[in-house]
Ligand binder design. Structure first.
Ligand code: ATP
Ligand code: MG
Length: 594
């Protein structure tokens, strides 16, 4: 991505605000126009004192009173315009910032799981917040300050040059060496700034992770270790900041040059006054205009560098927007009228897309007739959850087809697919909201009666009713105020409300004690009735009722059949069953206790 296209993209991102930006720019321009008139009034007033008569622009011999009234009118208009510009620019900045956040949020919501597997959320959040505020600062700086500053400088230069051309030329030329020196040091600054942003991003994402895993930090008494890591980064960042300030010190030579140059021009104006070439009023006017040229040009250089710096952060923001959404709808997806629920895996090959991703499946094929139950069994890490994730298209297979009722998942709308599949995961994924709000994720329009019914089926009602606020109880971040089993029951109730045609239960009852597990299992089996279900479970006792059991091993299907058939086969499933019903010494092919 080259620089110009980034600039173009920033401008395009602000498209909805172009009109307002121009409006504010004009107000600021008007203000600076008003400011340009003051030196002329002061000259006229001074000449009135020293010479008894004066001119003001096109008016010959204006009186003292008329000049004062004009000053008053200009001051009051200036104050009103100033307030108006602040009012509109502050509002514009806020709206622009939220617009940029919305653009990014929309994109982030649509990005595939693969992106989140490879990017830490803390880092992404930091990049986004820096990017959005940097773009806002670039756009407001360019829109509101750049143009008025340029115009102010040009008008001042024209006025100064019309009075004395050499002074006009001298005041412009002082900026050539100024910009050149600044430019020289900017390259150095840019490098350090990049490094410091990278360091901070890394630390911030770790800091975020530490807070999310605070229980782990405390349990391992790692507070001190984490603080030390933080100090180390802070030390590095302060070092980088010191470097930057040292570079700024060197580039201060440019400012000194401007001071010397302006003093020389001012001295020359006084010299012309002393030698009778300028009136006292003109000398005062020149001094004020030289200041007026210096200020906008100085501002311009500041705006220019600010923008350059801001662009470093913007790159990261644009990079996030550039992330391709790889799991998406095809151009003309097919929406079936009704889903019966026949699931088939046809010669599936899959490897996780990240660089070190391992092959998980090699040529896997199986069928689950509609309304039937398939249990997935296999040792930890064999790919059971991956299979569930392929079903909901968190990832797409590298080769082969996963189909529902004969239609490839990629050919149906993503929304339709996910609405028809209920996935109860190993993790419960709950929000820091009330239980009712969490349940409504399954059915946004759910009534209290429906929610209570679902909770009853999931065996969750008994603990919910014991709480003073019942369904309106806030459950904390990721549901921390609930026990593991309660979290699972709530997430099952959420899927019951969703009422999907196909159910995938990935260790859905693993956090329950034997008593609740039995109750929830009963509920789940009631729920499963009439639906296609894929059940992943380590405890074989919970899946014996499944129509078919599929044993995964070494990226392939090792065995498939009913509980009785597989026991009779005396293969892997039999060994696993023996292991769970007798003792670990029976362990043969299964190298870990499941
Ligand atoms: N997001 C991911 N990115 C890369 N590799 C992954 C990812 N998720 C899982 N894996 C790898 O894919 C393999 C299968 O993982 P999966 O979670 O499907 O196993 P599992 O059978 O569900 O295990 P368990 O019984 O412990 O839940 C593992 O080797 C794992 O390291
Ligand atoms: Mg798993």
């Amino acid at each position: 991505m080259n620089k110009t296209s980034n600039t173009k993209r920033i401008i395009l991102l602000a498209k909805p605000f172009w009109g307002k930006l121009i409006g504010i720019s004009l107000i600021i321009l008007l203000m600076s126009g008003i400011n340009q008139i003051y030196p002329l009034i002061i000259r006229s007033l001074t000449d009135l004192i020293t010479e008894g008569k004066t001119n003001f622009l096109f008016f010959e011999h204006p009186t003292f009173i008329s000049l004062i009234i004009l000053t008053l009118i200009l001051r009051i208009s200036g104050t009103i315009l100033n307030r108006l510009s602040w009012y509109s620019s502050n509002l514009l900045k806020t709206k622009l910032l939220h617009h940029l956040r919305e653009v990014a949020y929309k994109h982030l919501l649509n990005l595939s799981i693969g992106f989140y597997n490879q990017n830490q959320s803390g880092k992404t959040m930091n990049k986004l917040s820096r990017g959005t505020s940097n773009i806002t600062s670039i756009i407001t700086n360019v829109g509101m300050h750049f143009l008025p500053n340029v115009v102010t400088a040009i008008i001042s230069i024209i006025i100064v040059s019309s009075i004395n051309l050499p002074i006009g030329i001298a005041s412009i030329s002082m900026f050539v060496p100024f910009f050149m020196i600044r430019r020289l040091y900017f390259k150095e600054l840019e490098k350090v700034e990049k490094k410091s942003q990278k360091t901070w991003d890394k630390e911030y994402s770790h800091f975020w992770e530490v807070l999310t895993n605070i229980r782990l930090v405390k349990a391992f008494t790692a507070e001190k270790m984490e603080l030390n890591k933080f100090y180390k980064t802070v030390k590095k960042l302060i070092g980088l900041r010191t470097n930057m300030e040292k570079i700024h010190n060197k580039s201060n030579a440019a400012d000194m040059l401007i001071e010397v140059w302006t003093t020389a021009i001012v001295a020359y104006s006084f010299y012309l006054g002393l030698t009778g070439h300028f009136t006292i009023g003109t000398v005062i006017l020149m001094v004020q205009y030289i200041q007026m040229i210096r200020e906008p040009l100085w501002n311009l250089s500041w705006v220019f560098w600010e923008m350059k710096f801001a662009k470093i952060g913007v790159k990261d923001y644009l990079k996030i927007l550039d992330q391709k959404i790889d799991i998406k709808n095809i151009d003309l997806p097919i929406t079936p009228d009704k889903i019966k629920g026949r699931v088939s895996f046809d010669k599936i090959w899959f490897k996780y897309p990240d660089k070190s991703g391992q092959k998980v499946f090699e040529n896997i094929s199986f069928n689950v007739p509609s309304g039937q139950t398939l249990a997935l069994v296999g040792k930890s890490g064999v790919g059971k959850s991956t299979m569930a994730h392929l079903m909901v298209r968190f990832f797409d297979p590298d080769q082969g087809h996963i189909k529902i009722d004969g239609l490839d998942l990629r050919d149906m709308p993503l929304k339709f697919l996910r609405q028809n599949i209920g996935l109860v995961s190993q993790d419960s994924y709950l929000f820091d909201a009330t239980m009712a709000e969490n349940l409504k994720y399954g059915l946004p329009a759910a009534t209290t009666r429906q929610m209570r019914q679902a909770c009853k089926t999931a065996n969750a009602l008994e603990f919910i009713d014991k709480l003073p606020k019942k369904l309106n109880t806030i459950i904390g971040e990721r549901g921390v105020r609930l026990s593991g089993g309660q979290q699972q029951r709530l997430s099952i109730a959420r899927t019951i409300l969703k009422n999907p045609k196909i159910l995938i239960l990935d260790e859905a009852t693993s956090s329950l004690d034997s008593h609740s597990e039995k109750l929830v299992q009963d509920a789940l089996w009631k729920l499963i009735k009439g639906r296609t279900a894929i059940i992943i479970a380590h405890r074989l006792s919970t899946i014996q009722k499944a129509d078919k059991i599929l044993v995964l091993d070494k990226k392939e299907i090792a065995e498939m059949g009913s509980h009785q058939e597989l026991l009779a086969k005396k293969g892997l499933y039999y060994q696993l069953h023996q292991l769970q019903t007798t003792e670990p010494s029976k362990l043969k092919k299964w190298d870990i206790v499941v």
